[in-house]
Design a protein around this ligand. Structure first.
Ligand code: SAM
Length: 232
C-alpha cells in the first residue's frame, strides 16, 4: 500500500531538472546513498514555502540532495554541507563544480562531530537544517544544531525509522543495531518533548521528523545547567 501511494504521489510531483535524476541514477548504481523520492518531495515543499536563506546539511554523500535543494532556493541562498568520507567529498566536489553554477554550496570535509561545534562557536545560524548523516549520531549533533537553528527555522531529520527497526522492541533488532535503536529513540523523545521545538514525526519514506524552533528562551538556560535537552 505504502509503495503504491508513493508511486501515485510521485506522478503528481513536478519533475526536477534532468541532471538531478541522472545524478540520482548514477549514485544508486554505485551504491551511494541519496534521499528517497517521498522525502525529496517534502524537502522541496519546505524549501519552496519557507524560502530559507541559510541552509545546513549534515551528510552530503555525493552532493545529490544539496544540488536538489539548490534548485528550489533563491539565488541569494547559501547551503553549507558536511561530509566525512574522502571519496564522497571528492565526488561531491566534482558534482558541485559541474552543477553549482552560482557557487551557492559550500562543502566542508570532516566529521560533523568536530565541524558542528566549530560552526556554532563561529556564530553561524541557519534557517533550515537537513540532518541526514549517521543515525546514531543525531542525538550528539543536536545541541549545536539547536543553537544554530534560527527562531522559526526548521530541522528536518531523515531516516528516523531506520528501515522500521525503531518500531521494534530493542530485543527484536540485531545486536549490531541496538545502539542506533536506543539513540534514535532517545533523539525522537528529545526533539518531541523539547520546550523550544514543535515536532511532528511523519511516515514519509523511511520516516522524517520536522521540528520548528518555536522559541529561543530556555535553550541557553538548558545549556547553562548542562541539560541540553538531549537527555544526556
Ligand atoms: N544527503 C545525501 C543525499 O541525499 O544525497 C545522503 C546522505 S547519506 C544518507 C549520509 C552521509 O552522511 C554519508 O555519506 C556519510 O558518510 C555521512 N556521514 C555520516 N556520519 C557523518 C559524520 N559524523 N560527519 C560527516 N558526515 C557523516
Amino acid at each position: 500500500m505504502k509503495e503504491r501511494l508513493d508511486v501515485f504521489f510521485e506522478t503528481l510531483t513536478e519533475e526536477p531538472k534532468d541532471y538531478i535524476d541522472r545524478l540520482e541514477a548514477s549514485a544508486l548504481q554505485n551504491g551511494e546513498p541519496v534521499v528517497c523520492r517521498p522525502a525529496r518531495a517534502l524537502l522541496k515543499y519546505l524549501l519552496r514555502t519557507k524560502k530559507p536563506e541559510r541552509v545546513l546539511e549534515i551528510g552530503t554523500a555525493v552532493g545529490y540532495s544539496a544540488l536538489f535543494m539548490k534548485e528550489y532556493l533563491p539565488r541569494s541562498a547559501a547551503i553549507t554541507t558536511i561530509e566525512k568520507v574522502p571519496a564522497r567529498i571528492e565526488q561531491a566536489s566534482d558534482n558541485f563544480a559541474r552543477y553549482d553554477e552560482h557557487n551557492q554550496i559550500r562543502l566542508i570535509g570532516g566529521d560533523a562531530r568536530e565541524i558542528l561545534p566549530e560552526l556554532s562557536a563561529a556564530g553561524n545560524c541557519y534557517d533550515f537544517i537537513f540532518m541526514d548523516a549517521a543515525k546514531g549520531q543525531y542525538i550528539n549533533f543536536l545541541p549545536d544544531v539547536l543553537t544554530m537553528l534560527n527562531a522559526g527555522g526548521v530541522l528536518m531529520s531523515d531516516n528516523i525509522l531506520h528501515g522500521g527497526d525503531i518500531l521494534q522492541s530493542r530485543y527484536a533488532v540485531t545486536r549490531r543495531d541496538r545502539t542506533i535503536h536506543s539513540r534514535m529513540r532517545q533523539y525522537l523523545k528529545t526533539i518531541s518533548s523539547h520546550p523550544c521545538l514543535e515536532t511532528i514525526c511523519l511516515p514519509v519514506g523511511d520516516g522524517v521528523a520536522l521540528s520548528t524552533k518555536i522559541k529561543t528562551e530556555g535553550l541557553m538556560a538548558h545549556e547553562e545547567t548542562g541539560d541540553t535537552g538531549t537527555g544526556k
